[in-house]
Design a protein around this ligand. Structure first.
Ligand SMILES: Nc1ncnc2c1ncn2[C@@H]1O[C@H](COP(=O)(O)OP(=O)(O)OP(=O)(O)O)[C@@H](O)[C@H]1O
Ligand SMILES: [Mg+2]
Length: 221
């Protein structure tokens, strides 16, 4: 079995240890899998996802993602820019850049020329159905459209793993199923590992595996 994620005894607290967000997480995820992380509000889902994306620092434990040791490796720029696509709970687009520029951002750290960056960003925005909105600012888009820009941005560098935090949380059911179809297509056709946090059990059912977090621990999987 080839694992893309291997987590052992992961602990993370906030406020000088007063809030124990993760309380000893053990988790293995196979390459190419589609996994849903479920659990009530405040249970630690986003904290766990942020740790898997090297967006925050752990207190204790081991996190290996796609061969990178996220706790001990000194330089994770390559991991962040080449292997990882992260879709945030609130899409985090840059408001004063155009849709196209937002998708180009992750490619600035690559060897692509300006022209190649623009071509790739255009291609991705076409894929998510936004080819008519390239020059628009994100503030003029609907919630679903913003989330689709965030997906296009997450795909910019052909990541091997996509971490998505409630990608459909703010969307109506029709837009939500469009966004999900898009993510599932990527998972199926490009063998991208997809790890998605959701509070919606109907969405979680679409995954191959469901992992339930409660009080910073995995209680079922
Ligand atoms: N930056 C922070 N500083 C202090 N406490 C935090 C911080 N981030 C999260 N927490 C706390 O850690 C716990 C886990 O939070 P987390 O965001 O992981 O929950 P969640 O499962 O993603 O919840 P939700 O479903 O509401 O998004 C909560 O008690 C939360 O209040
Ligand atoms: Mg959260």
């Amino acid at each position: 079995m080839e694992y893309i994620v291997e987590v052992k005894n992961l602990k993370k607290s906030y406020e000088n240890g007063k809030i124990k967000a993760l309380n000893g997480i053990d988790l293995k995820i196979e390459k190419g899998d589609f996994v849903a992380i479920i659990g009530q509000s405040g249970s630690g889902k986003s904290t766990l996802l942020n740790m898997l994306g090297a967006l925050d620092v752990a207190d204790e434990g081991t996190i290996i993602v796609d061969g990178y040791d996220l706790i001990n490796d000194k330089n994770l720029d390559k991991f962040r820019s080449k292997e990882l696509g992260f879709i945030f709970q609130l899409h985090n687009l840059i408001p004063n850049l155009s849709v196209l520029e937002n998708v180009e951002i992750p490619m600035f750290e690559t060897k692509l020329s300006g022209k190649e960056r623009t071509e790739r960003a255009t291609e991705l925005l076409t894929l998510v159905g936004l080819k008519d909105k390239l020059q628009i600012k994100p503030t003029k888009l609907s919630g679903g459209e913003r989330q689709r820009v965030a997906i296009a941005r997450a795909l910019a560098n052909n990541p091997s793993i996509i971490l998505a935090d409630e990608p459909t949380g703010a969307l109506d059911s029709k837009t939500s199923s469009e966004v999900l179809d898009l993510l599932m297509d990527l998972h199926k056709n490009q063998n991208v590992t997809l790890i998605m946090v959701t509070h919606d059990l109907n969405v979680a059912k679409l995954a191959n595996r469901q992992i339930e977090v409660l009080d910073g621990k995995i209680i079922s999987q």
